[in-house]
Design a binder for this molecule. Structure first.
Ligand SMILES: NC(=O)c1ccc[n+]([C@@H]2O[C@H](COP(=O)([O-])OP(=O)(O)OC[C@H]3O[C@@H](n4cnc5c(N)ncnc54)[C@H](O)[C@@H]3O)[C@@H](O)[C@H]2O)c1
Length: 269
């Protein structure tokens, strides 16, 4: 297989354990010849698993809380110092809602936690981009990705305040995609991924039921984390140079469906 990311430098956030989408993305980017830094919140680093991934990919881990601008500055500076040049791709694979985690219903949200959900899961994307642009840390034609979910467009009651977070995330990709595109030809997109069995995914109430539901609704079935990683590699590569400001469904066809024969059958029983 040809190496699509040979010579490229990146940052991959959000690899927590081997189920994380970012973990698979790191493995695939490594296979495709990229060099990159791994990053996660200090608390996630204490779990220690990410060090195994770093070893496997011949790289290092730098702690950064995605809500703290100074942490982004340090992350960019360290990455550019290590590789001696600017960055070609970044994966934002970060999401967390205290309301979801603590079982708060959407009709009884804690507003401090709501702001925290938005800050961690969405505004951090803006912080990531604005800091990069101020430091001129991304090369021309660089590619930046965020990971989203279809609850940004349609109602999935248990997705709770993360639905707003994803709507904001996708909007930032469009808005910042304009500004960074004009200024430096940097492209910014979100991938709207199928339900995936990860720590963040399974934290959402009723996850197993809607995982099965989405799988039966989608003509191709749910897209796995590994499928998502392959798609991220394609999006980081020069083969997708003219794609920007998009939210791209990577969901086996789910987003275009009304009803499937498999689900009809289930309800006809
Ligand atoms: N799993 C799914 O079903 C699914 C579907 C669509 C989109 N996504 C999105 O994919 C992304 C990755 O999630 P995942 O499913 O791989 O789960 P995951 O739990 O493995 O990853 C979430 C990551 O966010 C990190 N994080 C949380 N707070 C942070 C902070 N303040 N600073 C830096 N990092 C922080 C966590 O440490 C963790 O590594 C998220 O944006 C998630 O919403 C997931």
């Amino acid at each position: 297989m040809s190496k699509l990311l040979e010579g490229k430098i990146g940052i991959i956030t959000g690899a927590l354990d081997e189920n994380s989408i970012a973990w698979k993305v790191a493995e695939k980017c490594h296979e495709h010849g990229a060099k990159f830094i791994l990053s996660n919140a200090p608390v996630a680093l204490r779990m220690g698993k990410i060090n195994h991934l770093a070893e496997k990919c011949g790289t290092e881990v730098i702690a950064a809380d995605a809500t703290v601008v100074e942490d982004w500055e340090r992350l960019y500076q360290t990455t550019m110092d290590k590789f001696g040049r600017k960055i070609d791709f970044i994966l934002h694979s970060i999401g967390m809602s205290p309301n979801v985690r603590k079982g708060k219903h959407y009709t009884d949200l804690n507003y401090d936690w709501y702001l925290k959900s938005l800050d961690i899961s969405a505004i951090s994307f803006h912080k990531m981009l604005q800091t990069a642009q101020k430091m001129d840390a991304i090369n021309e034609w660089g590619s930046v990705l965020g990971l989203s979910y279809i609850a940004a467009q349609r109602t999935f009651p248990d997705y709770n305040d993360m639905a707003e977070a994803k709507a904001v995330l996708e909007s930032i990709a469009r808005s910042y995609g304009y500004h960074y595109g004009v200024a430096k030809k940097v492209r910014i997109n979100t991938i709207s991924q199928s339900p995936t069995k990860t720590t963040a995914g399974t934290g959402v109430g009723g996850f197993d039921a809607f995982f099965e539901y989405a799988d039966k609704m989608s003509p191709l079935g749910n897209a796995s984390a590994e499928d998502c990683a392959n798609f991220c590699v394609a999006m980081f590569s020069d083969l997708t140079r003219m794609i920007t400001m998009q939210n791209i469904y990577h969901d086996g066809g789910f987003s275009s469906m009304g009803i499937s024969a498999a689900l009809m059958e289930k309800f006809s029983q």
